[in-house]
Design a protein around this ligand. Sequence first.
Ligand SMILES: [Zn+2]
Length: 208
Amino acid sequence: MSPRETNASEHPYGPAVGNLIDQFATLPGIGRKSAERLTHHILSCSESEALQFADAIREVKKSVRFCSVCFNLTECEVCAICADPRRDRDVVCVVEQPRDVTALEAAGVYRGLYHVLQGRISPLEGVGPENLTLDALVRRVRQDEISEIVMATNPTLEGDGTALFISNLLENEPVEITRLARGLASGSVLEFANKEMLADAMRGRQKF
Ligand SMILES: [Zn+2]
């Protein structure tokens, strides 16, 4: 805790206000000042408006889960992409997180399925291959007649390392492994790439 931060119980309006500020401050990109501004906004809302917000959070946590096939986020057993009969079922694009699926879908050029790893191998953060959805990926390759795996991990050191690990893992499987072209700047992350860049990268994918 930095010296500027006050203890929740010491907030002049009382602990409930201090606690809400602390909660907002845990959100990505929200500093202490923004957390205070958001808290004042909630305090100025009607009770029903504020509770709608709380209910929306409760609702997503209750109803959203991982797709049992690809580990994308969904409110059903199987996500909308896996359930779509128009998708190419023999191509699977491997990404780190659900947000990458959203980014690639917005580019609008890919018609295959996905596999969400739920992270990347990161020894420094204690994330090993066993923490990713790799067993399920291998199972899909063996059972679902997949002819191509498109590596779309982030073009970072850890993303590249993860792609390399997976290509070794699938070495003896009868599947072609490609990866996105380097239209993407090294060190960038998929979710912040623009649509055109992602579309180029997907079209120009190469053999891994
Ligand atoms: Zn799915």
